[in-house]
Design a protein around this ligand. Structure first.
Ligand code: ACO
Length: 322
């Protein structure tokens, strides 16, 4: 049996930090409101000349180094992003060129905040079917570029960053199962107001920005993430107590706490980094995972549950043995 095993992780956050105190000077908000409602204290913002591919590259080289592989070993590159450098080529192709790799398959996945979970699920299928053996999978975002910095209901939530993993074929487990869902009927609750072929004039004028009905997103996220926890455990015939670590999408500490409660899991077993970088969309799970691997919390052989929810709506989970 072939499993997909994480052999290296890496993360990167841009140097520029935007604190809640900085935001107090930009919109009518307060550190207290942001911390109480979201748990976020600061976020990192890419420089004007820093692209999603730049962030992805920094995270990727750390993951490649941690895995101890050579770039020529990589036979597939998948980048989860909603904020690609260009409409095309894909950010995965741009990253491939930056890494001086040539010829292997490379593509982007767009599932907003669930992007990394979607990417891991696809990568797992490539590996299990023998189509790839050594995959670089990255979640990278420059969300700051599509935020309306005058809209206090969204601008306090998001940040830029990238997280990466090297995932390799192994006889040892491995990703145990992945579960993906989407429901496009919720498209208006969390969206960007302009695109390439719809409201293109807003893209041209720079008015294409994130729009969100936060309260409704919040309620659906909590409900849906509770369901995906049950679905994942049932599929693997596991009990809640069998999960060693929850590594959730980092959107809001209250959403994360609700899922931990559903799992009857103490917050000490939940990896949270949202305080330090806000919602970095597809980058948030690999960023959090990398932090907990590097500080020694997540150990080999432990059982990890990743879950995410985002625009679409999309949602999903990955259960794995590290
Ligand atoms: N500072 C101060 N006041 C604010 C701010 C702000 N930054 N933003 C909104 N408010 C005000 C509102 O105007 C409202 O005022 P009113 O009562 O006078 O009308 C009040 O605060 C309450 O607003 P709500 O939207 O009801 O506040 P809520 O408790 O729902 O918190 C939040 C808002 C934090 C956005 C929450 O709904 C949330 O986190 N939703 C999930 C959104 C999310 O995470 N999206 C990311 C993508 S999906 C995902 O990743 C899960």
């Amino acid at each position: 049996m072939i499993y997909s095993r994480i052999t290296g992780t890496g993360g990167y956050l841009p140097d520029n930090v935007l604190t809640n105190a900085d935001l107090e000077k930009m919109v009518e908000t307060s550190d207290q409101w942001i911390v109480e409602r979201t748990g976020i204290r600061q976020r990192h913002i890419a420089d004007d000349d820093q692209t999603t591919c730049d962030l992805a590259y920094e995270a990727a080289i750390r993951a490649i180094d941690a895995a101890g592989i050579a770039t020529r070993d990589i036979d597939l590159i998948v980048v989860a992003t909603t904020t690609p450098n260009r409409i095309f080529p894909s950010t995965a192709c741009l990253l491939q060129e930056r890494l001086d790799i040539h010829g292997c398959a490379a593509f982007d996945i767009q599932a907003v905040c669930t992007g990394f979970v979607y990417a891991l699920s696809v990568v797992d299928k490539f590996i299990r079917t023998g189509s790839a053996r050594c995959v670089l999978v990255v979640g990278a975002e420059t969300l700051s570029r599509i935020i309306d910095w005058n809209d206090r209901s969204t601008c306090v939530l998001f940040g830029d960053g990238a997280g990466a993993m090297v995932v390799q074929a192994s006889e040892e487990p491995g990703i145990l199962s992945t579960h993906l869902h989407a429901d496009g009927q919720y498209k208006e609750l969390l969206t960007v107001s302009g695109g390439v072929s719809e409201h293109a004039e807003r893209l041209k004028s720079g008015e294409a920005k994130v729009l969100m009905k936060g309260n409704e997103v919040f309620k659906t996220a909590v409900k849906t993430l509770g369901q995906i926890v049950d679905e994942t455990l049932e599929a693997n015939r596991l009990e809640k107590s069998d999960v060693d670590w929850l590594v959730p999408h980092q959107a809001n500490i209250r959403i994360i706490s609700a899922t931990a409660k559903k799992l009857k899991m103490s917050m000490e077993r939940v990896v949270t980094t949202v305080e330090h970088h806000g919602n970095t969309s597809a980058a948030s799970i690999p960023l959090a995972f990398d932090v907990a691997v590097r500080d020694g919390r997540i150990q080999r052989g432990e059982t990890i549950l990743m879950e995410a929810f985002g625009g679409g709506f999309t949602w999903g989970s990955v259960l794995l043995k590290y």
